[in-house]
Write a new protein. Structure first.
Length: 126
């Protein structure tokens, strides 16, 4: 099982989600930004690295929110979600083709990747 991270970035009551670009695995699916944890890397380090690589932002990783386990055809993942604050920069598209700031009660209106759905459900109850 692979550990993957997800950033829950909320500003003014809206959460950041991003859509996978054409040609990427799960293209067209919306997700909470993050990525695969590398060997020897903590989930917090992973989030800082991935958000800088994919969006050009420097972040502070706050508390753990929850985990979601899901088995895709290519294997199982454990999605580890953390609350994250942007310290510097505005999100830039480098891997995704679109991002949006969404009210938490609208998250389920998007075609979220299956592993992200339980996190969205929890956020809708905040």
């Amino acid at each position: 099982m692979k550990d993957v991270t997800a950033a829950i970035i909320i500003i003014d009551g809206q959460v950041l989600i991003a859509r996978r670009a054409p040609g990427e695995k799960h293209a067209g699916g919306w997700e909470f930004p993050g990525g695969k944890v590398e060997v020897g890397e903590s989930p917090e380090e992973c989030l800082r690295r991935e958000l800088f690589e994919e969006f050009g932002v420097e972040v502070e990783v706050k508390e753990f929110v929850m985990e979601s386990v899901y088995t895709y055809p290519q294997g199982s993942i454990r999605l580890l979600a953390y609350q994250v604050n942007i310290l510097r920069g505005e999100p830039q598209l480098r891997v995704h083709d679109c991002y949006e700031w969404v009210n938490t009660d609208e998250l389920l209106d998007y075609n979220l990747l299956p592993a992200d759905v339980p996190i969205a459900l929890k956020l809708t109850k905040f």
